[in-house]
Design a binder for this molecule. Structure first.
Ligand code: FAD
Length: 447
């Protein structure tokens, strides 16, 4: 029987440990992707992620085809689907790359036990992280809760392993295994088709990811200066590619280490290690997207939800140009610059006193890089409830941020052409009053 390779957040052929191990085992290989929307605890994908996944699966299927294998698509609870596929193919081994969410790990654990019980080899590998969460710990053996020492540990311990060679030839399992039709999954919007801005902006798939990395190497000298500036395109935009594993962090790490400008490379890798840190935190705190990491924030007196204010924020109609530019960029392109993510998140949680979980859910639905670790981690970081978080009393002033990081209003002008017209809304809240109200609410947590 063949070896099954179960693709999940690792939609690539290079540095692909599960695929390479299956190929190296000498068995014919049967590649499969399972759309699992029904296993217990699995969070449904947001709209922008569904769009991305559609494109990325198409690209992966093409690349696999060229290498000699099909891609079997199935939908359903993963444990059932995998059991069916084992039955249909008579597979004798299964390989996958690890996931780090609690529900996902539970699913994988169950499948591994069942497979082994039936005499199948079941192997999991690491494709998504530089280091496993259980490999990086403090001297006393506990996980890091502060970033700087974590980053130091990442640099000082043995370097992440070298990326594996790309798989170019696959001895594909030649017996027909029925596959569902990607279009029938309806991952892409139809009416209304809101994905035009996404199509304009992104090239999902392994080739697009490699291109972004090459561009980043070229742009490395400008990163330190430019990374905080939404009016410049100094950052890599690798985030959605990393989210779906169209490129792996070890590939990014080693490419950067080989770059000429080692100081700039180190600055960039520090950001990549924030991703790593967020995943390690998720592993140790599985309820990251629903529970305050600092439990004292459970006492935070969030007022009843102001639906109108929430809608104004979502639609980019708060009357604060930098906030509105960010929210419109997000809606149009599925992306927002990091600096502006911080400003819009601060505005929601502090000036509007809306619970960070509501903002996290909106980003989850609209970001193409919506990530089970990074999104919740960063929302909690801004809200002040997270690991090594920004203190709650640091309330970003969106006007000061605008003059500092978009000094010529170039970013604002590109997303808010109605600024200065009668159509542009008046400020939703007074910055000073709303800041004071936020700080007063925070007193209840401190005390
Ligand atoms: P670059 O500056 O080129 O950085 C390279 C890579 O490092 C990124 O692709 C990303 O993988 C990682 N990285 C950089 N900054 C961070 C960070 N602060 N935290 C974690 N990883 C980081 N990032 C996501 O990938 N998915 C999310 O869902 C997400 N939600 C966020 C929500 C909020 C409220 C905030 C403030 C930030 C969020 N981020 C998220 C982090 C960050 O904004 C993006 O990773 C970054 O803007 C992606 O652009 P880039 O690839 O050009 O970044």
């Amino acid at each position: 029987g063949p070896a099954l390779v179960w693709f999940r957040d690792d939609l690539r052929l290079s540095d692909q440990p599960a695929l390479l191990a299956a190929v190296d085992s000498g068995r014919p290989v049967c590649c499969v992707f399972v759309l699992d929307e029904s296993s217990e605890g699995i969070r449904p994908l947001g709209g922008a992620s569904r769009w991305w996944l559609h494109q990325s699966l198409r690209s992966l299927a093409d690349d696999l085809e060229r290498a000699g294998s099909g891609l079997v698509l199935r939908r359903g609870p993963a444990a059932d689907v995998i059991a069916e596929l084992v039955g249909e193919t008579g597979a004798t081994a299964i390989h996958w790359n690890r996931r780090y969410g609690e529900a996902e790990r539970a699913v994988d654990e169950r499948i591994k036990e069942r497979c082994r019980g039936e005499g199948l080899e079941a192997h999991s590998h690491n494709a998504s992280l530089l280091f496993e969460p259980w490999e990086v710990s403090t001297k006393s053996g506990s996980p890091y809760s502060v970033f700087t020492p974590f980053w130091r540990a990442c640099r000082e311990q043995r370097p992440p392993s070298e990326p594996l060679p790309a798989v170019r030839r696959i001895d594909g399992w030649d017996q027909r295994v029925p596959s569902e039709d990607l279009d029938s999954w309806r991952l892409q919007p139809t009416t209304p088709d809101w994905a035009g801005g996404l199509r304009e902006t992104w090239e999902p798939g392994e080739r697009g990811a490699a291109r972004r990395l090459r561009d980043m190497v070229d742009g490395l000298p400008g990163y330190a200066e430019g990374r905080d500036r939404p009016d410049q395109s100094a950052t890599s935009r690798l985030s959605p590619h990393l989210r779906w594993g169209e490129i792996g962090p070890r590939q990014v790490w080693h490419t950067m280490m080989a770059a000429d400008d080692s100081e700039a490379a180190s600055g960039f890798l520090r950001e990549l290690c924030w991703r790593e840190f967020a995943y390690h935190v998720l592993f140790h705190h599985p309820r990251l997207s629903t529970e305050n990491l600092q439990r004292k924030f459970d006492a935070f007196p969030w007022p009843p939800l102001d639906e109108d204010a929430l809608r104004a924020w979502q639609q980019g109609r708060t009357g604060y140009p930098l906030v509105d530019a960010g929210m419109r960029e997000l809606w149009h392109s599925g992306y927002m610059h990091n600096r502006v993510r911080m400003v819009t998140a601060s505005f929601l949680t502090k000036n509007l006193l809306i619970d960070w979980r509501i903002g996290e859910a909106w980003f989850w639905d609209t970001l193409v890089d919506a990530d089970p670790a990074n999104n919740a981690f960063n929302w909690q970081w801004v809200a002040g409830s997270g690991a090594d978080a920004s203190p709650y009393f640091r309330v970003f002033n969106p006007e000061t941020q605008r003059s500092k990081f978009d000094p010529d209003d170039r970013y604002v002008a590109s997303w808010v052409p109605d600024l200065g017209t009668d159509d542009y809304p008046a400020p939703l809240v007074d910055l000073k009053e709303s800041r004071e109200a936020a700080l007063a609410a925070y007193q209840q947590v401190r005390g």
